[in-house]
Design a binder for this molecule. Structure first.
Ligand code: NDP
Length: 247
């Protein structure tokens, strides 16, 4: 087991990539703190993880709620911190900018940027003090590219990539590693977060088009594990992973 004795906090663990990462990291021996808003899903996952013989804390929280994230940080600090943060929670209610769906823009900014920062703030100072840790941020291929209708989403993911690379440089002196993982299309519930009916239908049609073999959440979990298990001298700064058929 490659992560025996390690403790990891995974945000957005109630579905998709976060859930797959929780299963893989636990199978590799890590004890976990799992977060998301859907407590019932987290409790089910926690039962599964306990069956693997691992310890798990369910920290149900909205990542865009600063106070709630601070509380999760305090719970983690009371358990002597974590070695790993998988900053994965995210949402994608995309639409053309002309539609002016300001509430949805704010939701993406609050979840995808502020949420990532709140989680970093909750555990990074402790990692820096202990002079070891690994922060893995899940951005997107949209951290490098832009797509019509996805301006704000791509903006949030460009921000995550910029924050990751800056943090990587700052964290070297504290022995903390930082990785930004940029998935292409992965089969998850993410398109369900699109509120704009036509765009949601179009994205689903495109994602599930004939011949489109998307990534599976486990593919990204494997990439996370790869980044986490390199020798201490190695920093996997960025990983861009697309389905073979995605241009
Ligand atoms: P899912 O929709 O399956 O998972 C998203 C997770 O984030 C859920 O666990 C959800 O839990 C959680 N989440 C969303 N909003 C909040 C919130 N405000 N507070 C706490 N948790 C929240 O999608 P994915 O697994 O695909 O998404 C994971 C990450 O991967 C996201 O950052 C996404 O942008 C990124 N990504 C996904 C790609 C894809 O094609 N699927 C491609 C590129 C990047 P809950 O609703 O219970 O709170």
């Amino acid at each position: 087991m490659k992560l025996l004795g390690k403790k990891a906090w995974i945000t957005g663990a109630s579905s998709g990539i976060g859930q797959a990462a929780a299963r893989l990291l636990a199978a590799e021996g890590a004890d976990l703190v799992i977060s998301a808003r859907r407590d019932d899903r987290l409790q089910q996952l926690a039962d599964e993880i306990r069956l693997l013989g691992r310890k798990v804390i369910v920290a149900t929280a909205d990542v865009s709620d600063r106070q709630a994230m601070q509380k999760v940080g305090e719970i983690i600090a009371s358990q002597d911190g974590v070695d790993i943060l998988i900053n994965n929670a995210g949402t994608m209610p995309i639409s053309p900018i002309i539609n002016g769906r300001v509430d949805e823009w704010e939701q993406m900014i609050d979840t995808n940027i502020k949420g990532v920062l709140y989680a970093i703030h909750a555990v990074y100072p402790g990692m820096a003090e202990r002079k070891q840790g690994h922060i893995v941020n899940i951005s997107s291929v949209a951290a490098r590219l832009t797509y019509p209708s996805a301006g704000v989403y791509a903006g949030t993911k460009h921000a995550v990539r910029a924050i990751s690379d800056t943090l990587r440089k700052e964290a070297i002196r504290y022995g903390v590693r930082v990785t930004d993982i940029q998935p292409g299309a992965v089969d998850t519930e993410l398109p369900d977060s699109i509120v704009h009916d036509k765009i949601r239908a179009a994205v689903k049609e495109n994602m599930y088009a004939e011949g489109m073999s998307n990534l599976q959440p486990e593919d990204i979990a494997n990439a996370i594990l790869y980044a986490l298990t390199q020798p201490p001298r190695v920093d996997v700064s960025e990983l861009l992973i697309r389905p073979l058929v995605q241009e």
